[in-house]
Ligand binder design. Structure first.
Ligand code: BTN
Length: 271
């Protein structure tokens, strides 16, 4: 019996086969020490939430080959064909850490992709991971900070590894995949290990979030650019001037006032 549990799941298969038996797994720590793999799942977010309700250990990872109901930010669908990476990490953070968890995932992704593939990786506010201006990975954070219930957070990460974005109308011009960029096969097994290692180290060193914020801010490719932000039904345009440690964006409007934006969708304006 493998030392890892597969509660309700199966042993990792395809190019993930043997992932949990590798000598450098579980990424020297908590993240992924309990890994549950599904060939097909509705969404790893829901499975991780079920694990939280069942009081699974912190760092439990749900990894899926494909999702039939992949969720993106702002109630969008996340296209989830076999060959990409879909995972969710279950965390029991202090309340003070909540504002930093999407930043943490974004920085971990950028570091892992750079270390593993040598591809220069930037971030677009609030949490898209970009290479060459196109989206290579997305992050979805769901939290349960409710009253008497245990606080938990689910950090969902999707990485375009083997997708051909041109085959999907919704992302044809905005997304890119690691295989396209690397021009060669990309090991999802090594990528996932590198990612969990980075998440583990950043989560362990989170402290007051100051160092993480500094790196996230430095990696933001959009600061100083003219942008439009869609926030609910409102669309505002201005210059993305600064970000705050809570992750919000300061937008300089054309009437020179500064507006703080907490959530939304940012698009670069081409001059
Ligand atoms: C975004 O819109 O940019 C966030 C995308 C997050 C997708 C990941 S894939 C793994 C996890 N399961 C989901 O259903 N969504 C997240």
């Amino acid at each position: 019996m493998d030392k890892r549990k597969y509660d309700g799941g199966e042993a990792p298969a395809g190019d993930y086969a043997g992932l949990t038996a590798d000598s450098d797994y579980p990424a020297s720590g908590l993240m992924g020490s309990n890994l549950i793999y599904f060939p097909v799942i509705y969404s790893t977010m829901d499975a991780a939430r079920d694990q939280a309700i069942a009081k699974a250990s912190e760092g439990t990872v749900i990894l899926a080959e494909t999702q039939t109901g992949g969720k993106g930010r702002l109630s969008r669908t996340w296209i989830s064909p076999s060959g990409n990476v879909f995972l969710s990490v279950l965390l029991y953070p202090e309340k003070a850490a909540l504002p930093y968890l999407t930043m943490l995932a974004a920085v971990a992704l950028a570091r892992a992709i750079e270390k593993q593939l040598g591809l220069p990786t930037g971030l677009k506010w609030p949490n898209d991971v970009l290479i060459g201006g196109k989206k290579v990975a997305g992050i979805l954070l769901e939290t349960n900070a409710g009253g008497r219930e245990t606080l938990f957070a689910v950090m969902g990460i999707g990485i375009n590894v083997n997708i051909a974005p041109g085959e999907y109308e919704a992302i044809a011009t905005t997304a890119v995949s690691l295989t396209e960029l690397a021009g060669a096969a990309v090991s999802r097994r090594n990528l996932v290990k590198a990612l969990l290692r980075e998440i583990n180290s950043l989560y362990g060193d989170l402290g007051d979030g100051a160092d993480l914020f500094t790196e996230w801010r430095q990696r933001l490719a959009t600061l100083g650019s003219r942008v439009t932000i869609t926030a609910g039904k409102e669309i505002v345009e201005g210059v993305a001037e600064e970000v705050n440690p809570d992750g919000s964006l300061m937008l300089r409007l054309d009437d020179h006032t500064l507006r703080r934006i907490v959530a939304g969708d940012l698009k670069l304006r081409h001059k």
